[in-house]
Every structure is written in C-alpha cells, then in structure tokens.
Design a protein around this ligand. Structure first.
Ligand code: SAH
Length: 317
C-alpha cells in the first residue's frame, strides 16, 4: 500500500499534514472527505477499501484510548456499525457522510441478535460500503468479534482486525490498579460473568480458577455477583481478599468501589453502581492506595506509599 501524507503548509515549527491516504485516494479517484484539521501522524496508513469490513476495538471509553488505526478507520468508513459501549465522543470523529448504525447489545435489554449483526455487516460490504465495525474495548475479548469475523470470511468478505484496549486492563489502570504486579501475581485470569444463555457460566471450574490465578478480572459480573462470590469463597479464596469494582471505567462517570470478597455483595447493594463493570479480585487492588492517579490529579495525597509492605521497588530492583 502506498499511502502518502501531503504537507499543505510548511512553517518550520507547525507543518500541517493532510491526514491519510492522499496518494491512494487520488489514484482511485476518491474525493477526500476528511475535514479534520487534527491529522494522523505520517505513516503508511492502510486504506479501508469498498467491500471490506474492519473490526475494530474502540477501547473502554475515554476517546484518547483508541488506536491510530481506529482513527484512520473512522475517517474513511462509509458505514460504522457500533455497539452500546462505544463512547459517543468517538463517533464524532467519523466523517460527516458516514452512516452510523447502532447494533447495541446490553445485558437484559432488547437488542439486535448476533446473527443479524453479522449478516448486516456482510450486506453492507456486499453493497460496496467501506465498513467499520466498532466494538467496545477489544473486539476479541468477550466481544464476539471472532464470530463476526468468521461470518464475514465465510461470506467471502475481506477483513482487517484492529485491536483495542480492553476494559479489564485499561479500565483497571484508570482506577490505579495494575493488572499484573511483580509482588502480587504471575498470572491473571479474565472471566465472563455470564455465558450465551445469560447465566453464570457453568463450564467454568471455579476451584481451578481460584487456585490457579492470583488475580481474577471479571467482565459482565454484576448480574450474578452473588453466585460468583459464593463460588470463589467456596473454592477457598479468603473472605478478606481485596476486590475492586470499576463502573463506566475511563469515562467521566467512572466509579470505583473497594471492598472484600466477603462484603462485596452488601457493599454493592449499598452503592449506586450499575454496569458496565469490571470486577478485580486480588491483592493488586491494594496498589490503588498508592496509584489512584485520578484522585491525585484532583489534589488528594496517596493513601499509603507502600501498601504491599515491600519498601521501594526501585531500591530493591
Ligand atoms: N470487548 C470488551 C468487552 C465486552 S463485554 C472489552 O474488551 O473491554 C462487555 C463488558 O465489558 C461489560 O459488561 C463490562 O464488564 C466490561 N466493560 C466494557 N467497558 C467497560 C467500562 N468502560 N467500564 C467497566 N466495564 C466495562
């Protein structure tokens, strides 16, 4: 692919670039419809071609967490099929002529069927659209991206996959919780709190999970939080093990609840927190006492500079 970034005004300090794919657009006779004055940095950006579908992660919420490939896609797509968890501020970066098609699927609410969404993507591609399928977080993490991509390939539609920051990693980071931390865990397990039928997945071996992984990150866990915590306690995780619940992570509505496995259900009942939520079980939650950077930006002091009692990591190396 031979993408060219054209410099339309060069002032030594402030070059203004025409974003995207000047060379390709010219070659193909496309009109450049992007009006954005905040361009992509120079790179060999791929062209989203007619009849293609790009499956793309939009990250957990904060628009700044999408990738440059996602932005490149947003600026080219004719049709953008997006999920409920895609932040509306990101959709504003689509170009003016793009069709924005909602394919929301939220637990418990009437929503488009997965099969219909996949077939709609096929139809749009076959109609010659440049299609962007935009999904919250990462498309391949509990996002059914694999199913949609498979359907597209089965129908002969060419695809590209653009990963995104998953809520279970980026959402926790925004709460000041490192998903791995050398003093805490050498493994992390990502779990879905409900399966295709909407029930707590009974294929999960809670005992093995509890014993095998110091840190558990649970997606879609709010609805079944009682059986999930029961299963973990029964499998031997301690009652006083730290747990954090992060709702609307990375958005202006982000809320964080710190609790323990034994008190989580009661604490949640007392709170006004509602999905989408990431639940993190494990001692890495304690690191929030020193890494709650959002509170620090707001002027708070760290609660505890050494919550794990390990001294100064840099000194110990
Ligand atoms: N593909 C997505 C996950 C989709 S499943 C990803 O990689 O993040 C939907 C679940 O993701 C929600 O029920 C919730 O558990 C979690 N989730 C997604 N965005 C979130 C957010 N901003 N805050 C908290 N949880 C979120």
């Amino acid at each position: 692919m031979n993408a060219t970034i054209g410099i339309i005004s060069v002032d030594a300090n402030h070059p203004i670039y025409v974003a995207g794919l000047l060379g390709n657009f010219r070659a193909l006779g496309h009109k450049i419809r992007m009006t954005d004055t905040n361009p992509l940095p120079p790179n060999d950006w791929p062209e989203l071609q007619a009849g293609w579908v790009w499956l793309c992660g939009a990250g957990p919420g904060d628009p700044g967490l999408i990738t440059l490939h996602a932005l490149n896609a947003l600026r080219q797509a004719d049709a953008i099929v997006y999920d409920a968890l895609v932040d509306s501020r990101i959709l504003e970066w689509a170009h003016d002529d793009a069709d924005l098609i909602y394919a929301g699927k939220r637990g418990g609410k009437p929503s488009a069927k997965q099969r219909d969404i996949s077939l709609q993507l096929v139809e749009l591609a076959k109609a010659g659209k440049r299609v962007l399928r935009l999904k919250g977080g990462d498309p391949f993490v509990f996002g059914r991206g694999g199913e949609e991509a498979q359907t597209l390939v089965q129908h002969g539609v060419p695809i590209r996959i653009i990963p995104g920051i998953s809520a279970g990693i980026g959402g926790l980071a925004y709460a000041g919780i490192p998903v791995t931390h050398r003093d805490v865990n050498q493994s992390v397990t990502f779990i879905t709190g409900h399966d295709q039928s909407g029930e707590t997945p009974n294929t999960l071996n809670w005992r093995a999970i509890s014993q095998g992984s110091q840190v558990l990150v649970i997606y879609m866990g709010m609805k079944h939080i009682t059986p999930i915590t029961d299963a973990l306690l029964k499998a031997g995780r301690p009652k006083d093990e730290p747990v954090a619940v992060v709702t609307d992570a990375t958005t202006p509505n982000q809320k964080v609840l710190e609790s323990t496995l034994g008190s989580l259900v009661t604490d949640l009942e007392k709170s006004d927190m509602s999905p989408p939520a990431i639940i993190c079980v494990g001692r890495s939650v304690e690191m929030r006492q020193v890494l709650d950077w959002q509170s620090m930006i707001a002027g708070a002091k760290p609660r505890n500079l050494d919550p794990l009692g390990r001294g100064k990591p840099a000194d110990a190396s």
